[in-house]
Ligand binder design. Structure first.
Ligand code: SF4
Ligand code: MG
Length: 338
């Protein structure tokens, strides 16, 4: 059997008043059962769009999708809306940064969790309520028995995110897509929620796609990582490989904002200079070249003219013309400097 989720050459374009946006450009990755893939990038890198497509949550009137998305033996690109709708909530669930966008303010959390369960599992009211209480307990909400009758606004931000997770997992989905699930929370609560997700993953065997701009979140939670820039994968591999020896200059920039693995010292923030590129009119050559400090090391003006492809399949891969020796030397130098 192949991987649980397999994305091949996924491209997503949509029409706007200003022209065609190339949101995702030939993206490929695999997700193994029960593991977490972190998709990292700045806003506008295509990291959210690439996963909304899995759920069919795009406007078909303006969107063109190319490539393949296999969920086990099922092809999701071009699948009927009804099929995707049935998969959502049952086999695939999603949590967002702000639970208030997904939770209704007018109903108790118990009612919302149990309705999801009844809709997909055909359970009785009684069973569904018991299941809601059990889920609230499993996500660590104290006094679940009584809190089940509270409304979303009666919970703190962190507790509300737990409610959201309870609702997402109530049908025991195979795949959970978490889009910036902890971005709005303070650091301590953030760590608690990430640990909870890891814990639940072990209990339920859920596969997770975690979308974030923060490599620190990936380091804490994910098994594999995919770094996106301008709609493309520019580096991917296991979290261990990519964080120990990142190879792409953009990944070095992202790393500047997180503490080094095996170290308790916070490194100074080294933001990537410049702004993310327009996806209406992506840069020629390497999409990162207008912001890259190392393009002079590459012969000719290749960085500006020719698109670097990801190195061949398997293991740790990146899309940059520097030699592996140059990448190692530059990154080691950066670590010493700090
Ligand atoms: Fe920089 Fe060139 Fe590598 Fe792109 S290919 S990241 S511009 S050195
Ligand atoms: Mg987003």
């Amino acid at each position: 059997p192949g991987p649980f989720l397999s994305v091949r050459d996924l491209s997503v374009q949509f029409g706007t008043e200003d022209g065609v946006v190339h949101a995702v450009d030939r993206l490929s990755y695999d997700l193994e059962k029960g593991t977490t893939l972190g998709i990292v990038g700045e806003s506008g890198s295509g990291k959210s769009v690439s996963t909304l497509t899995i759920l069919g949550l795009h406007d078909p009137a303006v969107t063109t999708i190319g490539g393949e998305i296999w969920l086990e033996d099922r092809q999701l690109v071009g699948a009927p809306r009804a099929t995707l709708e049935k998969l959502r909530g049952d086999r695939i669930a999603m949590i967002f940064q702000d639970p208030l966008t997904s939770l209704s303010p007018y109903h108790t959390v118990g009612r919302q969790i149990s309705e999801t369960y009844r809709k997909h599992k055909g359970a009785s009211k009684r069973e569904a309520r018991d299941r809601a209480i059990e889920m609230l307990r499993r996500v660590g909400i104290p006094h679940a028995q009584t809190r089940v009758d509270d409304y979303p606004h009666q919970f703190s931000g962190g507790m509300r995110q737990r409610v959201m997770i309870a609702m997402a997992l109530v049908c025991d989905p195979d795949l959970l897509i978490a889009d910036e699930p902890t971005t709005a929370l303070d650091v301590t609560v953030q760590a608690q929620i990430l640990d909870l997700l890891k814990d639940l993953q072990q209990q339920f065997g859920t596969s997770i796609i975690l979308i974030t701009h923060d490599l620190g979140v990936v380091a804490r939670t994910a098994h594999d990582v995919l770094v996106m820039y301008a709609g493309r994968a520019i580096e991917q591999g296991s979290v261990r490989e990519v964080l120990r020896e990142p190879r792409h200059p953009y990944t070095w920039g992202l790393l500047g904002s997180m503490p080094r693995l095996n170290s308790n010292v916070d490194l100074p923030l080294l933001p990537v200079r410049g702004t993310p590129p327009s996806l209406l009119n992506p840069p020629s050559g390497c999409p990162f070249h207008p912001r890259c400090d190392y393009r002079d090391l590459v012969p000719g003006d290749m960085c500006a003219t020719d698109r670097p492809e990801l190195s061949p399949a398997g293991g740790h891969r990146d899309a940059c013309y520097l030699t592996l020796a140059q990448k190692r030397e530059i990154f080691d130098g950066q670590i010493k400097e700090r």
